[in-house]
Design a protein around this ligand. Structure first.
Ligand code: C2O
Length: 574
């Protein structure tokens, strides 16, 4: 088993379709391509941390294949499930305009692909450029089933920043020294927090600071003076990560497939799900430099994996000393694990490159609390959470439960009752001091499969408010089917009077995943112009498993191209 970032070239692009597009549409569309890929989900032996693990991969590759497309292209990915688990794949950050059937979260937009079954995901990239990624969206399979999705500008257009000499996806991952599905199974049984990971990885490799790993450490060669674009993706299951490269400045130029006003930093922090594109110039003495990532841990008194993953930036000709021995790479300075001020300083520098079209008249003003909760239960092996409870998490006190008889999308499309209810609350059932000392009486959420309905084209504002139930924590909140403007971030309880004045309505960053500050809030806005059922959730899978999620049901519009397409014929049955 081999291969980091093998790049799959489009296979058999249809000449006929190309010609058809050329004649049928304007010349600007003539360059749009259709890329066909086969993704075989399978069990693959890989050696990590001194022993062989049988992990689930796509095509035997870990990380999985990098998808490379241009804005406007269409992807057709035939997934064959040769593994022993149900699986679905999600194209994280792709808007899926009118194609919610291709989004992927199991029991939200589709039923899972059973072992032995096949499903073809078909979707078009519309007005997105930059770095996204794909991952499994079933149980914890994404621990090993993920890869980069790189969207280049349309043919004939270029980056809004200096052209790099090289580009490299940097996939940050999280590794357990056992089957991650069994880690999930154990936590689901006991009700306790899942075991922490044993390593982090860069492009699938833990690096020099772990046992039996240094031979395989990822190396990035470059020449003095060259400029490289690092497409950093946090594909870790449960951990926010700091990233830095020794002695080199990083110029941020994009995040979540949206360009940003360039700014220079030495530290990047990404929550699970987020991507950040940075330019790095080889302007240091020729030598070897570590790039390294380790945890940003914003919770209080919770165990976390405090190890550090490394890869090596290697100036050509600097690989060895005169004696033929490798010189020790320089190590970067990483912030303390709990360095929230560094995170705040970094996050507050994000601005969109161009002036934004932020909606100012709001149809739906929503306020969602996000945080932990606990289910009381009878003492026993299944109640090993704090004080004999089971861990939970909720939004507006609703702990989200996935349906199992059908997907929410199919149930809503076919009008099948009993799969979900439409009473997700617009605000918490009770107002309280969210980040203060919350009374234990408010610690218990209610389970439900509740969606919030949105009219086509309505303008939506959501205040995402962390709670201090059990602990405050930074939650990377991800919305499927959309990207959104981040108007403001802050600490404590959101104050509609004083905090509204701080909104950036000029050039707020566009994201699909926002880290809500620990013990704080974030305000986001979007226009509900994409019909379908769209999961919003914490991208920390432990929290998603506990119910930190909800679903928006965006209704069809009346106009042309404002309704979802009919379901594909091969949509997996439940
Ligand atoms: Cu990156 Cu719901 O996912």
């Amino acid at each position: 088993m081999e291969a980091n970032n093998i790049i799959i070239k489009p296979r058999g692009c249809s000449l006929f379709l190309g010609l058809f597009l050329f004649f049928a549409f304007s010349a600007s569309l003539a360059d749009a391509e259709t890329h066909y890929h086969d993704f075989v989900v399978q069990q693959t032996p890989v050696k990590r941390l001194c022993r062989t693990h049988n992990i689930i991969t796509v095509n035997g590759q870990f990380p999985g294949p990098t998808l490379e497309v241009r804005d406007g292209d269409t992807l057709v990915i035939k997934v064959v499930n040769s593994a022993r688990y149900n699986v679905t794949l999600h194209w994280h950050g792709i808007r899926q305009m009118r194609t919610p059937w291709a989004d992927g979260p199991e029991f939200v937009t589709q039923c899972p692909i059973r072992p032995g079954a096949t499903y073809t995901y078909r979707f078009t990239i519309e007005n997105q450029e930059g770095t996204l990624w794909w991952h499994a969206h079933s149980k914890w399979l994404r621990a090993t089933v993920y890869g980069a999705l790189v969207i280049y500008p349309k043919m004939g257009s270029s980056y809004p920043f200096p052209q790099p000499n090289h580009e490299a996806p940097i996939l940050l991952g999280e590794w357990w020294d056992r089957d991650p599905i069994s880690v999930l199974r154990q936590a689901t049984f006991t009700g306790a927090a899942p075991n922490i990971s044993d390593a982090y990885t860069i492009n699938g490799q833990p690096g020099d600071l772990y046992r039996c790993s240094s031979k395989e450490t990822v190396r990035l060669p470059l020449d003095s003076g060259e400029r490289i674009l690092l497409r950093i993706i946090n594909s870790a299951l449960n951990q926010q990560l700091f990233f830095s490269v020794a002695n080199h400045k990083l110029t941020v130029v994009g995040a979540d497939a949206a360009y940003t006003k360039p700014f220079t930093t030495t530290i990047v922090m990404l929550g699970p799900g987020q991507t950040t594109d940075v330019l790095l110039t080889a302007d240091q003495p020729p030598a070897r430099y570590y790039m390294a990532a380790r945890a940003y841990d914003s919770a209080q008194n919770a165990p976390f994996d405090n190890t550090t993953t490394t890869a090596i930036l290697e100036y050509k000709g600097a690989c060895s000393t005169k004696k033929g021995q490798s010189s020790k790479p320089v190590f970067p300075r990483l912030p303390a694990y709990n360095d929230t001020p560094t995170v705040t300083a970094f996050t507050s520098r994000f601005k969109s490159l161009t002036t934004a079209k932020v909606p100012t008249k709001i149809d739906e003003s929503l306020f969602f609390t996000i945080g932990f909760g606990f289910f009381n239960c009878r003492p026993g092996p299944r109640c090993q959470g704090p004080n004999g409870t089971r861990f939970g998490a909720s939004m507006n006190n609703v702990s989200f439960v996935l349906p199992s008889s059908n997907s929410i999308l199919q149930a809503s499309y076919q009008g099948i009752p009993g799969v979900f209810t439409t009473d997700f609350p617009a605000s918490p059932p009770l107002q309280f001091d969210y980040t203060g000392n919350v009374s234990r009486a408010l610690w218990q959420p209610v389970r439900g499969t509740k969606v919030y309905k949105l009219k086509y084209g309505s303008t939506v504002q959501i205040v995402l408010q962390d709670t201090s139930i059990f602990t405050i924590e930074n939650h990377p909140m991800h919305l499927h089917g959309y990207h959104f403007y981040v108007l403001a971030l802050g600490f404590g309880n959101f104050n509609p009077v004083t905090d509204t004045a701080k909104f950036n309505l000029i050039d707020p960053p566009v994201r699909n995943t926002i880290g809500v500050p620990t013990g704080g809030w974030a305000v986001i806005r979007f226009v509900a112009d994409n019909p379908g059922t769209w999961l919003m959730h914490c991208h920390i899978d432990a929290h998603l498993t506990w119910g930190l999620a909800m679903v928006f049901l965006v209704e069809n519009g009346a106009g042309e191209l404002q309704s979802i397409e009919p379901p594909p014929a091969d949509l997996p049955p439940c």
